[in-house]
Design a protein around this ligand. Structure first.
Ligand code: FES
Length: 128
C-alpha cells in the first residue's frame, strides 16, 4: 500500500495539532491532533460549510485546548472522535484520516490511495 511520511510524533506539541496542505484545490488539507502517544487525523474541512476550520492557519483548538474549534462559526469538536458537540453542525463529524505511527514517525496510509484516484497530488507541511 502506498503511504507517505508526514512528520515525527515530536513535531506535534502534545495536546495541539499540526496542519498539512495539499497544493490542489480539489483535495482538502488535513491536520493531525496529538494526545500523548496517540494521533488523530482529520480533513481540514468543517461539515457546516465545507471550508477550512482554521481561519488563522494551524490554530485548531479552543483556548483551553479541550476542543477543536471551527473559527468560522464556532463549532466545537471532540479531538479524539471528531464529533461536533456544539455549534451549527452538532451531531456531524469531521472526516477522519487514518494515520499510522511506526517508531515515532507518522505515516499517511489509505487516505493517499483514495486521493490518488482523484488525481496527482503531494503533501507539504504547512510552515509555522
Ligand atoms: S463553517 Fe465551521 S462552524 Fe460554520
Amino acid at each position: 500500500m502506498a503511504r507517505r511520511r508526514l512528520c515525527e510524533l515530536d513535531d506535534i506539541r502534545n495536546g495541539d495539532a499540526l496542519a498539512f496542505e495539499t497544493p490542489g484545490d480539489d483535495v482538502p488539507n488535513i491536520f493531525v491532533v496529538r494526545k500523548g502517544g496517540d494521533v488523530f487525523g482529520y480533513l481540514n474541512d468543517c461539515p457546516h460549510w465545507n471550508i477550512s476550520l482554521d481561519f488563522v492557519p494551524g490554530k485548531f483548538f479552543t483556548l483551553d485546548k479541550r476542543f477543536i474549534q471551527c473559527s468560522n462559526h464556532g463549532a466545537r469538536f471532540d479531538p479524539e472522535t471528531g464529533k461536533c458537540l456544539f455549534g451549527p453542525c452538532r451531531g456531524q463529524s469531521l472526516t477522519a484520516v487514518p494515520i499510522a505511527i511506526e517508531d515515532g514517525t507518522l505515516w499517511l496510509d489509505e487516505y493517499e490511495v483514495r486521493l490518488a484516484e482523484r488525481g496527482e497530488w503531494r503533501l507539504t507541511p504547512r510552515p509555522d
